[in-house]
Design a binder for this molecule. Structure first.
Ligand code: PA5
Length: 526
């Protein structure tokens, strides 16, 4: 890698103290010029999207996450007002919680239980990991981000005796996602068991008129914050979904929004060579041949950014992983994303990155400031942070020597401002890439399909229970039960459901172990 190539392909944005280095991506000299018409078109499409076009045609929706950090861009006066009213309401609510003006049944709120999943959880989890300082923050945050009973028990154990000082934030744009609903019901049960009312400890973030919204009104919850249909779940960190927990945690939400707004300004630039999001999308296209041939490995060398790859996994894969393109052609698009943090990952999978199958490109994220204040020397003249940067640079070289390409992003620190910048950078890079490969990056039919499939297994579970309850004491193998129900094609599913029900204590369903395993029988106790 020559210094000349580095100078040519290192984009430094002084106002943001931000740099993007694409010099270690080995695209041909004419690649950027060849791609100019395509990326110019993507920039125009983005301009239309920001102007209020129906950029999510499958759901007939506008795509407005960029307005959240600059309400003046919203296409109507009503939307401008809704955005700024929501922001003011969040700040006012957080101030009242912090001052104790609004308190729980046992006093000032000290804990926050965020209940949500996917786009309604990953952003807050990432931001909390990045900005949280448990010893100073006004509230300690906890998450229910799944319908795993044991996972919820673990969280509730930490909150034992503290529910009267815990504020629950239930977040669901649709207001009907089963995992979140279950989390809410389990939380309600926990409060009731503790002899407390849930409503005075609860807040909803949801679409106006959704099931959750109605439930919150009916149960007298403290307040509700809106989720608009023009903000997608995975781009909602700077909507109420992310801002409510961030403000309650005491993070500087103005700085987050400012960072995003400033990154938006530089990623709106028409000259794509000066536009970091456009260059990133072009690198993704180059690396993957525009068909997802290689995975994107995200390697931030900073513990606080450990959840960034998880957050990006959703942002990138849910946005770009699509069966059809915008013209209805079958394309099976997408880019797989994984990663954790350096240098920890060097002692895990980086071995394969360097020497194994060449099916990835890496993105290193370098943070210049090691810590607030001085660092001790861990060797005569070196700090731990010197080692961390050394390991990043060394690994990047070691990969490049073996023909493994990488992008490097450099930021000054892990502050609220930087987090806003990074979120905005990737949101726009994903949008540009969606245009380059001609997919709708703003819908998620696969997620909806999963939700439907889960619902149908619940129906089948009910059929099994009904059939066994109708013949108490009579034992059936999965095969016998399937034929009894006239559902032979579903025998495997029936077997799985029986095994699960027999392992749990809610129902008097017993398993008589058979050999081989499929001779096992199941019965409902008399
Ligand atoms: O990004 C998305 O749209 C999804 O991941 C959703 O955020 C997720 O399914 C949760 O949906 P909801 O907020 O409606 O409960």
């Amino acid at each position: 890698m020559s210094w000349d190539r580095f100078k040519q392909h290192y984009l430094f944005i002084e106002t943001l103290d931000f740099a993007l280095d694409i010099s270690r991506m080995d695209f041909a000299d004419d690649y950027l010029e060849v791609m100019k018409p395509k990326i110019d078109q993507a920039i125009i499409a983005m301009e239309e999207l920001e102007g209020g076009a129906i950029a999510n045609p499958d759901e007939n929706r506008m795509v407005g996450h960029y307005w959240l950090r600059d309400a003046s861009l919203a296409p109507t006066p009503e939307l401008k007002k809704e955005i700024s009213d929501c922001e003011s309401a969040i700040k006012a609510f957080a101030a009242k919680i912090h001052s104790g003006e609004i308190k729980g049944s046992d006093g000032k709120f000290e804990h926050l239980l965020c209940i949500g999943i996917g786009g309604s959880a990953l952003g807050p989890e990432f931001v909390n990991q990045a900005l949280g300082n448990p010893t100073n923050d006004p509230m300690t945050i906890h998450f229910f981000d799944n319908t795993d009973p044991n996972g919820m028990d673990k969280v509730l154990a930490q909150l034992k005796g503290k529910l009267g000082k815990t504020l629950a934030v239930v977040t669901s744009k649709s207001g009907g996602t089963p995992e979140t609903r279950n989390g809410m019901v389990e939380a309600e049960n926990a409060w009731t068991k503790a002899g407390l009312k849930f409503g005075p400890h609860a807040v909803a973030v949801t679409g106006l008129g959704s099931k959750l919204d109605k439930h919150a009104v009916a149960e007298g919850w403290l307040t509700r914050f809106p989720m608009w249909d023009w903000v997608g779940g995975r781009t909602s960190e700077l909507a109420a979904v992310g801002l409510v927990p961030a403000a309650l945690s005491g993070f500087d939400i103005d700085a987050m929004l400012k960072g995003a707004k400033e990154m938006d300004a530089v990623t709106r630039v028409k000259d794509f060579r000066q536009n970091p999001a456009a260059l990133m999308a072009l690198m993704w296209f180059y690396a993957t041949d525009g068909v997802g041939k290689k995975d994107m490995v995200i390697l931030p060398y900073k513990d606080r950014l450990e959840l960034f790859s998880r957050y990006l996994q959703q942002l990138v894969m849910e946005s770009l992983g699509k069966e059809l393109d915008l013209d209805g052609n079958t394309v099976h698009q997408g880019i797989a994303v994984y990663g954790n943090k350096g240098s920890t990952d060097q002692h895990a999978y980086v071995q394969q990155l360097r020497d194994g199958v060449l099916n990835f490109f890496a993105t290193f994220i370098e943070v210049h400031t090691d810590r607030a204040g001085e660092s001790p020397f861990v060797e005569e003249k070196f700090t731990s942070g010197d080692f961390l940067q050394g390991l990043l640079l060394g690994t990047r070289d070691a990969l490049y020597e073996k023909g493994r390409e990488s992008i490097t992003i450099s930021v000054r620190d892990v502050s609220a401002h930087t987090i806003g910048m990074l979120i905005a950078l990737y949101e726009r890079a994903v949008g540009f890439y969606g245009s380059l490969v001609n997919v709708n990056a703003y819908h998620q039919p696969g997620v909806e399909a999963g939700k439907k499939a889960a619902a149908s297994t619940l129906e089948l579970r009910q059929q099994i229970l009904d059939a066994l309850s109708a013949k108490p004491g009579e034992a059936f193998t999965a095969e016998q039960l399937a034929s009894e129900l006239g559902l032979v094609s579903k025998t495997e599913l029936i077997f799985k459901l029986l095994e699960h029900m027999a392992a749990n204590q809610n129902r008097p369903l017993r398993k008589l172990i058979g050999d081989p395993f499929y001779e096992s029988k199941y019965l409902m106790e008399q």
